[in-house]
Design a protein around this ligand. Structure first.
Ligand code: PMP
Length: 310
């Protein structure tokens, strides 16, 4: 971790390693926090970083707060300002990933609801380039995805990620790169931190938002981009065996961007190479996200980086 990494913490810009919370806080003890992972893409022509679908991320953050019972002490505009301010403070001129987390600090337990605090932590993170990649080897996890009757997956809460952790550990121990989880009904749900899409018989297919998934902004983006090119899409229940028959499979998410999967359990996906749809959609997504393609202007929020002293 770079020594001079700055974060926004409780209304101040501080060095990351100087930020302190109580070890007895609900966030430290029980993972009582909600967060967003937002991508920012550097555009050299504009000399700026564009944050992707920031308003949608903030809507989801407030929805998470509502369900988990936290009162956010900040307005969406104040959170936007904090994000902008901390990217500027770090002087990034690169693609970035930003974590904005609302958490319950102070001595408390799992049903405490205050004080709600926020940190915003950006890192420099280059976009995916699948040119020379092999694609990931995935397995269907024996762990089940959490469910709306227990831990609503549409809430982006820190504690929800422990479900993904079990699946991830199992996948790694078995020699795979990552897991895909099934839902309570045994149907395909999502990855440990990403949604699943597959191409089958010329149709882009993905499980519905009632399939124990996070309501992913990237998934929604890709459905819209695919439809705009005339590719048929289906949001529907997906059987596990369809994964084994798919021509292409990829995970999608702000962190995953598009992560191609070329092996699933003991099956090769398609011809074992990263497929043309995966490549095309990744390219289309990045062109929109970094502003190379000016369509969907409301999906991009500039950081307004100060001009470099040249
Ligand atoms: N599912 C889970 C469990 C996730 O953590 C993420 C990443 N936020 C996603 C899906 C993808 O969501 P998004 O495209 O909004 O980043």
């Amino acid at each position: 971790m770079p020594q001079d990494r700055k974060i926004w913490f409780k209304e101040q810009i501080v060095q990351a390693d100087a930020a302190q919370i109580s070890v007895l806080s609900p966030t430290a003890q029980f993972g009582l926090n909600v967060f967003e992972g937002i991508r920012g893409y550097w555009n050299a022509d504009h000399g700026d970083i564009f944050l992707f679908r920031l308003d949608d991320h903030l809507d989801r953050l407030f929805a998470s707060c509502r369900l988990i019972g936290l009162d956010c002490p900040y307005t969406p505009d104040q959170i936007k300002q904090a994000i902008t301010q901390v990217i500027q403070a770090n002087q990034y001129r690169t693609d970035v990933a930003v974590r904005a987390t609302l958490f319950v600090d102070g001595e408390g337990t799992w049903h405490s609801s205050n004080p709600v605090e926020m940190f915003v932590a950006p890192i420099s993170k280059p976009r995916r380039n699948v040119g020379d990649e092999e694609g990931a080897r995935a397995c269907v996890s024996t762990w089940q995805r959490i469910d709306d009757l227990s831990m609503p997956p549409r809430v982006k809460a820190g504690a929800n990620y422990i479900n993904g952790r079990y699946a991830h550990l199992e996948a790694k121990a078995a020699g795979y790169d990552l897991p895909i989880l099934l839902d309570r009904a045994g149907k395909v749900s999502e990855g440990a931190g990403s949604c699943v899409m597959l191409l089958r018989n010329g149709v882009l297919v993905t499980p519905p938002t009632s399939g124990s998934i996070l309501e992913s902004i990237t998934r929604d983006t890709l459905l819209q981009l695919a439809e705009a090119t005339g590719l048929p899409t289906q949001v529907r229940i997906v059987d596990r065996s369809e994964l084994y028959l798919a021509d292409e499979i990829f995970l999608c998410g702000s962190a995953a961007e598009l992560t191609p999967i070329t092996r699933i359990d003991r099956f090769t996906v398609g011809d074992g190479n990263i497929g043309p749809l995966t490549r095309d959609l990744l390219g289309a997504y990045l062109d929109i996200a970094d502003g190379t393609n000016p369509a969907h202007p409301t999906w991009r929020t500039g950081v307004w980086l100060p001009e470099d002293d040249a």
